[in-house]
Structure formats: C-alpha cells, structure tokens
Design a protein around this ligand. Structure first.
Ligand SMILES: Cc1cc2nc3c(=O)[nH]c(=O)nc-3n(C[C@H](O)[C@H](O)[C@H](O)COP(=O)(O)O)c2cc1C
Length: 216
C-alpha cells in the first residue's frame, strides 16, 4: 500500500479497526515485519529516552498462557505477531548516562557538550517532581509507540488490535519481567483480519470534528 495523497491516507485510517478475529493462517511477511519493527524503534519519546521494551511473543505456548490473562481474547493466539509493550519502571543515573554516551557517539559530539541536556534529564526525571510519577511517564511513552505501530500497520494494509484488556502483573510473571526494571503496560495483536470478523462491517463511531477540534 503506497500513500500517494490525503485521500489514500484517510482511506487507510478508516479501513483500520480494532480486529476481534484474526485469520490465524495469515502471517506477516518477514520484510513487512522488519519495517514494522523499525517503526517501533523509530517512535519518538520524551527526551528521546526510549523507556521501553517491545516484546514480540512468538512462542505458541507462551501465547496460550497469556490468553486467560487477557480476558480470554482470542486475538492473542490468532494474530501473526503479538507485541507486549513494557515500560521502564525504574530509571537511574546510569540509564541517562548510557543514553548520553550513545547520543555523543551517534552524533559525533563530545559528551561534555551534552552536559546541559544530561543535567536537565537528571533534574527533571530523577530528582524533580516527575520522579514521583516515573512509571506513568514511561507508560505514556509506550502508548506513543502503540499509536505509532497502529498507524504504521494501517498504512501498510496490515491489521491490529490494541489491547488494554490484559492483566499486566500476571503478564510480567509469564514474560519474566518480574524483578527487572520493566513492566507490562499494554499489548497489540498484529496480523490479518478474518473474513468472518463481524466488527469489520461496523461503521466508525466518532464525534464530529467540531466537537473535538477547536481552532483559536
Ligand atoms: C489503548 C487501547 C486499548 C484497547 N483495548 C482493547 C482490548 O483489550 N480488546 C479489544 O478488543 N479492543 C480494545 N481496544 C479497541 C477499542 O475498543 C477501539 O479502538 C475503539 O472502540 C474504536 O474502534 P476502532 O479502533 O475499531 O475504530 C483498545 C483500544 C485502545 C486505544
């Protein structure tokens, strides 16, 4: 699917819906998945800190364990790729220092030149008011990645279902996140809709633009 104009873009966004029933026989091609993975990694984040892990659950056994922890939603096992977004729940000085070192190396600048940037992050996220809400902050970043994923796949003509109907703490146990610096925030099933998915036929329910968009 190539987006050549605004009409095509809107068409794909209207085509997208939260899939309830995937065609379990249809798998995403390797090259397409590589582009989707890249789009996850390219997601912007506050300060650029990328406080996340994207866990692509491929093992059928693990997915089977996750189904009852997902309100028994069938998408977990029927989709092609099941992505769990885990957010950083503990941020420390080391994380910020490593990120500064990466930025310096990537951009060919001396780390000393990034001292102000580093200080700002330390002050705001480690020592400031936001340090009390770090988990929420990192979770929000994961939701940006979720939005990015949904739009990317819609443009590619690939389906998805964002999933908050999960038990994050139990996911952490199954995925081995317990005791790590990361915890489950949300998930997304990606693949191809089943021809039998009744939800594909439903009209979109959205407020009028005038009700939600204002220009001042
Ligand atoms: C963050 C988030 C979590 C959601 N969780 C679920 C879920 O667990 N299961 C499900 O079937 N749909 C889930 N949905 C889908 C919404 O119900 C759906 O996006 C909404 O009703 C709008 O419909 P549409 O996406 O088909 O346009 C979720 C959507 C979002 C954005």
């Amino acid at each position: 699917m190539n987006i050549k104009n605004n009409h095509d873009l809107i068409h794909q966004l209207e085509w997208r819906y939260a899939v309830k029933k995937f065609d379990s026989q249809k798998k995403i091609h390797k090259e397409d998945w590589a582009a989707i993975e890249k789009s996850l990694v390219l997601t912007p984040s506050s300060y650029g800190l990328q406080p996340w892990k994207f866990i692509v659950v491929q093992s059928p056994e693990t997915r089977k364990k996750l189904t009852p922890l997902s309100w028994n939603q069938t998408q977990v096992e029927d989709c092609s790729h099941f992505v769990v977004f885990a957010n950083l729940s503990k941020l420390d000085q080391r994380y910020i220092e490593d990120f500064i070192a990466l930025t310096a190396k990537t951009r060919g600048v001396a780390e000393e030149k990034l001292e102000g940037y580093k200080k700002m992050m330390l002050t705001n996220l480690l020592h400031g008011e936001r340090s009390q809400h770090l988990n929420e902050w990192a979770t929000r970043q994961c939701y940006i990645a979720l939005g990015n994923l949904m739009t990317t796949v819609a443009v590619m003509g690939i389906d998805a279902c964002p999933m908050e109907g999960i038990e994050p703490q139990k996911y952490d146990e199954v995925l081995g996140l317990k005791g790590t610096a990361y915890q489950t925030s949300v998930a997304c099933a990606v693949g191809y809709r089943s021809a039998e998915d009744f939800y594909a036929k439903l009209a979109k329910v959205r407020f009028n633009p005038e009700a939600v968009v204002t220009y001042k």
